[in-house]
Design a binder for this molecule. Sequence first.
Ligand SMILES: [Fe+2]
Length: 245
Amino acid sequence: MIDIHAHVLPSIDDGAENLKIAAAMCRFAADDGCTALLATPHQRTPSWWNCDPRKLQRDLDEVRAEVGDTPRLYLGGEIRVDASLLEALGDIEGSGVQPLAGSRYLLLELSRRGLGRLDPEALAHELRLLGWRPIFAHPEFIPDLSASPRLIEKMARSGALFQLTAMSLTGGYGRKIQRFSEKLVADGLVHFVASDAHDLTRRPPGLRKVHDALSRKFGRDRADQLTMKNPGAILANRPIEASAN
Ligand SMILES: [Fe+2]
């Protein structure tokens, strides 16, 4: 399995507190069956800007030096969407925004405090026109999206991809979130499932449990698609296959 969303760079956001915990999280993921993991620190939020590519690379190298080759570690970012996102993407070197593993895939986070004047459907469309493949992180936790499956559908039709958090599907956030998440999978609106790991206990790494849960509920092929095949397409920088739905 390949985990495309994990906060395993030490001391730069609300993820791994230090290098020791960062390395332990990566080892935990490997022991749980993850062959590769994308380090996706928060980027462009008011608290965590994290847009110095050299520092991010140094942080990743530091973790890699502790962990070794398993899991393989790649750099990415969980990029907060704001009004100047398109401008930042027009100057990747200058802005320091991190696509996933150097691909055309972007892991985007919409604000939980409301979309304001942002039209996420238009944004998805615009990003696709510019050759990006936008993945919207955990729609189940974004009130404007969880309140409107219709908006999620419209975004998907405009080229948006969606990533659910593993624990949402395994019940760690309660039955309501679980039911909502399962419905999105059933409707073919989910393209990736990732840990969004922040630590070793409260929001831990690992995809085995969710792979088992997806296999039981939706079949092995769908579980593989969401945790292996589609994440693999990111590392290969090629389009994902059409949903099995
Ligand atoms: Fe995250």
